[in-house]
Write a protein that binds this ligand. Structure first.
Ligand code: FES
Ligand SMILES: [Fe+2]
Length: 333
């Protein structure tokens, strides 16, 4: 029987640093919506697991991505957030970089011997787009995003995602480790206990979770009217949930902010939602998120209590939890 992850791994500082290297540096991670970086010079700067990252649209050209850490004394090239910039000039002492990340001017630096190459360049990250979303990979790698996503793209391709537009973002801060929230997302075992509105809408007897490939899991459930929900709920390792329907989708990212705090970022995409539709979607997910947040924060206290050892995982309901935790055990060194 699968056994839940050692609770110490939900608060251990050294393990978190190892996750940053083994999980957060090497995976393609959804970073922002393509519409946020559509115009020349538009950018998004944000942290993922304490890696400051920026993605920008080079004027007249493609997307570029760098660590948002100046090689001089670690200042930000762009303040976290989004906007439009005409150049990449460090906010601290004004070193200027071109759109390839090469230093073009070290402002008023004074006489010096030649700077060595790593002092003259922003560290690049991989950038790619899929389905209106921009992904980054912090440590540059070989595999391209599309082949890395595998069979998940085929499931998403059954929906008219090309017609969906980014309409709203909601960000929550949870006082728990990122894995506490992911574990919770990966099982429907708790739905009847803490989500009354979902329980009314779904026929929980038909709730199924499968792991078709090592990279993602798939939840399915019929609605209470007996009709299939017509949607796909997918979770891509390590932190991306795609909830897709015929007329829109919401994309949920679970982002560590240190080892004991987590951002849950919800992006709503829709084909034709009115303002009222958007408000309804947001308030519905707020209700469910309130319920999950209260539980995850309480579970975190249980994990932190020093009284819990890692219990058995249900072979009926928690196979995706076992899958996720097995990957972490195998990959974090
Ligand atoms: S830290 Fe960037 S110019 Fe000094
Ligand atoms: Fe939940």
């Amino acid at each position: 029987m699968a056994i839940a992850l050692d609770p110490r791994l939900y608060r251990d500082a050294d393990w978190y640093q190892r996750e940053r290297v083994s999980v957060w540096s090497d995976q393609w991670l959804m970073f922002c919506s393509e519409t946020e970086v559509a115009s020349d010079g538009s950018y998004v700067a944000a942290d993922i697991a304490d890696f400051p990252v920026l993605v920008a649209r080079r004027p007249g050209g493609d997307l570029v991505g760098f660590l948002n850490v100046c090689p001089h004394r670690a200042g930000p090239i762009l303040w976290p957030g989004s906007g439009v910039t005409g150049n990449l000039v460090c906010r601290y002492h004004g070193w200027a970089f071109n759109w390839r990340g090469d230093l073009v001017s070290a402002r008023d630096f004074g006489e010096s011997t030649e700077l060595c190459p790593e002092q003259r360049i922003l560290t690049p990250v991989d950038v790619a787009t899929w389905c209106g979303m921009v992904f980054v990979r912090i440590r540059r790698g070989e595999t391209d995003l599309f082949s890395d996503l595998g069979g998940l793209t085929e499931i998403v391709g059954r929906f008219p995602v090309d017609r969906f537009r980014f309409v709203r973002r909601m960000v929550r801060t949870l006082e728990c480790n990122w894995k506490t929230y992911v574990d919770n997302y990966l099982e429907g075992y708790h739905v009847q206990l803490i989500h009354p509105s979902l329980t009314r809408a779904l026929d929980m007897r038909t709730y199924r979770v499968s792991v078709p490939e090592p990279g993602y899991c798939h939840h399915t459930c019929d609605t209470t009217e007996g009709s299939p929900s017509g949607g796909a709920w997918l979770f891509r390792y390590p932190n991306l949930a795609l909830n897709i329907y015929a007329d829109g989708m919401n994309v949920e990212r679970i982002i560590p902010v240190g080892r004991d705090r987590t951002h849950v970022v919800y992006d709503y995409y829709s084909e034709s939602a009115t303002q009222a539709d958007i408000e309804a979607m947001v308030s519905m997910s707020n209700v469910v998120l309130d319920e999950d947040q209260a539980m995850c924060e309480q579970v975190q206290r249980g994990l932190d209590s020093g009284t819990y050892r890692g219990g058995p995982l249900s072979p009926k309901h928690e196979i995706a939890v076992a899958w996720f935790q097995d990957r972490l055990r195998a990959e974090v060194h």
